[in-house]
Every structure is written in C-alpha cells, then in structure tokens.
Design a protein around this ligand. Sequence first.
Ligand code: FAD
Length: 416
Amino acid sequence: MIANRSYDCIVIGGGPAGSTAAALVAEQGHSVLLIDRDQFPREHVGESLMPEAYWVFERLGIVHELDRVGFTRKHGVQFVNSEGKESKPFIFADHEERDSKESWHVKRSLFDKLLFDTAYNRGATCVDQTRVLDITIGDKSTHRVTIQTPEGKEQEIVGKVIIDASGQSAMIANRLGLREVYPDLKKAAIWTYFDGAQRAGAGKPELTTILHTESKDAWFWYIPSMDGQVSVGLVGDNDFLLKRGSSPQDTFDAEIKNCKGIRSRLLDATQVGRPQIAKEFSYTTKKQAGDGWVLVGDAGGFIDPIYSSGVYLALKSGMLAGEAVAEGLGKGDVSAKQLGRWTRDFESGVQWIRKLVRAYYTKEFSVGAFMKEYPHHAGNLTDLLIGKVFEGNPGRIFDDLDPYLEKVKSGEMQAS
Ligand SMILES: Cc1cc2nc3c(=O)[nH]c(=O)nc-3n(C[C@H](O)[C@H](O)[C@H](O)COP(=O)(O)OP(=O)(O)OC[C@H]3O[C@@H](n4cnc5c(N)ncnc54)[C@H](O)[C@@H]3O)c2cc1C
C-alpha cells in the first residue's frame, strides 16, 4: 500500500520521461509519487541515444553513472543504401568538440532502472508493479488516480499535478481524445538481438547503422550494445510487415535476405530470443498540457525510430516539464500555461526531426546521394543526428533538401 493518499505530483510511468520529471520535481522539495506497472528492471526497446541527451544526464548528475554501468559508446551514425553502399559516417566528435560529443547504446533495463533510482534518490516515492487503472481530471487541484497495488488492491490517490509519462499507453491523451495518428507514418517494427554479429573492431568507432533493404520497402537498425550483443530491428509500413501472411520471424528472415548490408554483418551471428513487435507507434497530441496535467515523452507523441530521437525527447520533455511543474507548485500556479510553458519551443525543435523522418521515407531519397550534391550540409545533418534542434538554425538543410526532394520525386534528378 502507498502510505499517503495525497501528493503534490503524481507521475504515471517510470521510463526516461517520467523518472526525469519526478526527480526534478522531488528535488525541489515537493511530494512526488512515481508509479510504474512493470517490475524494474524491465526490458524496453530504444537503445541508441542522441548525444544531446548528455545535458539532461548532466542536469540529473548521472553522467559518470552511465560510464560506470559500461554502456557501449556511440560515436556516430552511418547510412547504408539499398545497394549496400555505405555513406561516410557522421562522426559526432569530428563535427564538434564538446562534452556531449559522444553518446551511448544503452541496455534499457539497466538505463531505465538507473533513472528510476535517480528519482528515488532525489526524494520521489517510487513504486513499481503498480498499475494506474483510471485517471479523473478534476478542477485545478483535485485530480484522482486509481491504482492497483502489487497485491491486487485498488486505491485512490489525489494529486495537485499529474504528469503523464505512460509512454505509448498515452493515458491522458487517449481519455481526452487528444491523440492524432500521422497517416503517412503508419509503421511497424520487428526486432531481436544477436550474439557474434559484426562489431566495429579494435580502435574503430561503434556506430548506429541504418540500412535500407534492396526493395527500399523497409530499413534495419543495427545497434552494437554491451555484452557483445547487437540489436537488429526492421521497420516498414504496418501492412507490409505485419499483413503479408507470414510469421514475424519469417518476415524478418526474408528481409535480412533482402538487405546486403545486414546479411554481411550477421554472417557468423546467432539470434538470441524471439522477435518482438511494435506497431502504430507514430502519433502526436493536440495539446500537451491542461490545468494540473502535462504530457511528457511518448505519452505526448512519438515520431519514428529512424534517427533514435525518442529517448532524448522523452528526457528533454521530462526535464522541461519537471522544471515547470516544480516552479508552478512552488508559486501555487498549476495552470496549463505554467505547466506547458515549454511546449511551443519544444515543438518548434521537434519539427525538424519529423521533417527529416519524412525525407528518409521518400523512396527516391538517398542520404549519400544528397550529401554528394550538397556536401556543405554534412555539419547541419550531423547536428540533427546529434539532436541539436533547440538552438541555432537547425532547419537550414531544408533550404536545399525540400527542393531536392521535389526534383527526385518528379524524376528531374536521379538519386542513386
Ligand atoms: C521500434 C522502436 C524502436 C525504437 N528505437 C529507439 C532508439 O534506438 N533510440 C531512441 O532514443 N528511441 C527509440 N525508440 C523510442 C523510445 O523507445 C521511446 O521514445 C522512449 O522509451 C519513450 O520514453 P517514455 O519515458 O516516454 O516512455 P516509456 O519508456 O515507454 O515508459 C513508459 C512507462 O509507463 C509505464 N506505464 C504504461 N502504462 C501504465 C499504467 N497504466 N500504469 C503504470 N505504468 C504504466 C510503462 O510500464 C513504462 O515503463 C524506439 C521506439 C520504437 C517503437
């Protein structure tokens, strides 16, 4: 049982968004209840981080912890086209020498537990194996959450603020009808793990690699992780992957045969575990905050896994919302305006990642071919892969990329 019936802030979901927000509200002395239905540590997809996540780790004071756990360092990103041709890797440290010049490929069970523990260490009451069954949005200071305890008992808790960090469950957005699916991004994913798959080799940088299949109907992620494992995932249109009358394993195997770059990397590899599936994961929400509630991480929207932006945006929104909630509780203002004060700037950064996602799904587009034509955009593209979308002029690549896409789509220009 949870001892208190009332908290300043209730956070639903102990993923990166929820734990970050909970830590930052609790450290300002407010009472915080962080609830997750799963038992921690728990597995989760999403292992490749963007370098800009560093600044959130620094804010939480856990940079050294990430190295202590021994996560694999991520030095850059590489694209492999449908013919198996590798782009020049986008190496973060070559682009800009700063503290955040590298990132990590994390094991989410360990990573999310580290963040959950950080929230606890900052003063939040953290409970796992506890499911939120219902949320009642009341007037400004009486929101109710009905939970089911690990013993199966139902309990009602009251909070001045509810932070919804329930990931793809998007509890508040679903209840208030705020969720809007992107019609052009109805994708699915099938992924699993391999032992003995190709690694970068001594002295060479480990990368997140994005590989198109030969037909360009799908792409693979290839993420070398700790303990010698590699995460390999296949992403394509929902119907293409899941409605072709074959099992996920058969579809996955068939697309490996259809992808030169993956075939060669998995020559001596052994699959570990059954393939897992995710679908209909791309959506946005009409608004991200109301009086006494705010949405963070996937609960507020998710674009696509291609550029590994999900965890960074979850951490960043968790941080910004956590700061807004802590300040609001401090001055007795939990209005939508206060809790959502960060959402407009956040969206204007995120739009650039969304635009780059749509560029990748333009079948005629090839990153390598575009870079050959416009080499001076390499730095700007690296900025986007790093996650630097909230400062400077992150959208300048689109001055040339938008007209380029129109030309390759109309056949006026060949992309190979
Ligand atoms: C196929 C795929 C591949 C991806 N690859 C990457 C990648 O390489 N890099 C990257 O950065 N991102 C990736 N992502 C995105 C990433 O997984 C998410 O963006 C990230 O996990 C979001 O964090 P979050 O804290 O918002 O939600 P989550 O991490 O999903 O956490 C939500 C938590 O809420 C809990 N919860 C849900 N409902 C309830 C309830 N009713 N009661 C209590 N608790 C509840 C869940 O148990 C969960 O722990 C990928 C996503 C997909 C679909």
